[in-house]
Design a protein around this ligand. Structure first.
Ligand SMILES: C[S@@+](CC[C@H](N)C(=O)[O-])C[C@H]1O[C@@H](n2cnc3c(N)ncnc32)[C@H](O)[C@@H]1O
Length: 285
């Protein structure tokens, strides 16, 4: 079953409907957004950019792509795919948005799992980093790709069944706006022991912070419906994978020079994966 293209977007300048003609998305006020040669569309207005090149850099995205392609985080991808599969039951149509998709590893594996069913699937990867969205389109050209912010998602109200947000920056008001009644927010966040080997090398004093607080998202209509720990020990990873892991996480930028030097010496270690998958579902519809 093929993945379906988007048919409607929302103009980031005036919130009018954007429709596609040829290689351009256009609204009634004639704001135009061209489709890039890689197939994605950039809907991040210059005035909404806090930097010239927002989000993860080209190097971070390449490191994450190579690390994830080596399969070390497969247990997380599998658990996410099983979670989404269970949520969609026997639905024959599904629209899924990955908000902060990075280079599309998790969205693509969720789609691979769903497409074994007889389902019409529309899957969109959105990220504020153009490098991320480009890489996502290279991974799978059939995924829709949007350069945009979770703060202003250029999709119509009530257009998605699922919003995926893995290791990301959730903006619950926007996630809820784009979800259809009965929709789900599927999140993956690091637990206290996640990458403890890497963090112990980098920091003198390792913080064991609990997973992100999701209570601001919960109310009478939106409730936690799934909470599942994914814990695993990786196979032995080599020096290059250790380096990729360091570059793809924020730890590289937070570490002192001594911490970075210690981390650069790591090789042939196993790492701990400790991830919490949570689903926030709209309950009273
Ligand atoms: C830690 S990475 C996770 C990427 C991917 N979800 C994964 O799990 O592999 C966080 C991603 O969020 C993106 N990002 C940061 N701020 C964002 C925002 N306001 N809106 C959308 N994406 C954002 C970054 O560019 C980066 O790709």
């Amino acid at each position: 079953m093929p993945l379906l293209p988007l048919t409607q977007l929302v103009c980031p300048l005036d919130q009018k409907v954007l429709l596609q003609t040829g290689n351009t998305w256009r609204c009634e006020n004639n704001h135009c957004f061209d489709i890039a040669k890689q197939g994605h569309v950039n809907l991040l207005p210059v005035q909404n950019k806090k930097s010239k090149d927002p989000g993860d850099s080209k190097e971070m995205i390449a490191a994450r792509r190579d690390f994830l392609n080596s399969g070390v985080y497969n247990p997380i991808a599998e658990a996410l795919a099983n979670t989404v599969n269970a949520l969609c039951g026997d639905q024959d149509q599904l629209a899924i948005l990955d908000a902060g998709c990075g280079e599309g590893y998790y969205l693509n594996s969720v789609c691979d799992a769903l497409l074994t069913k007889d389902i019409q699937l529309q899957a969109t990867g959105l990220d504020i980093s153009k490098w991320a969205v480009r890489s996502c389109k290279i991974r799978n050209p059939k995924l829709n790709g949007l350069v945009a912010s979770n703060r202003q998602i250029p999709l119509p109200d009530q257009s998605q069944d699922i919003v995926l947000c893995t290791f990301g920056f959730p903006v619950y008001s926007e996630f809820k706006r784009v979800l259809k009644p009965g929709g789900h927010i599927v999140m993956a966040d690091p637990g206290t022991e996640h990458l403890i080997e890497l963090r112990s090398a980098i920091y003198d004093d390792v913080r064991r912070s609990p997973p992100a607080d999701i209570s601001p998202a919960l109310d009478d209509n939106w409730q936690l419906s799934v909470s599942q720990k994914v814990q695993f020990t990786s196979p032995v990873i080599n020096a290059m994978q250790c380096e990729q892991l360091l570059v793809m996480t924020p730890h590289l930028y937070r570490a002192s020079k001594e911490g970075r030097d210690r981390a650069a010496q790591l090789h042939d270690i196993t790492i701990t994966g400790d991830v919490l998958i949570r689903v926030i579902s709209q309950s009273n519809c």
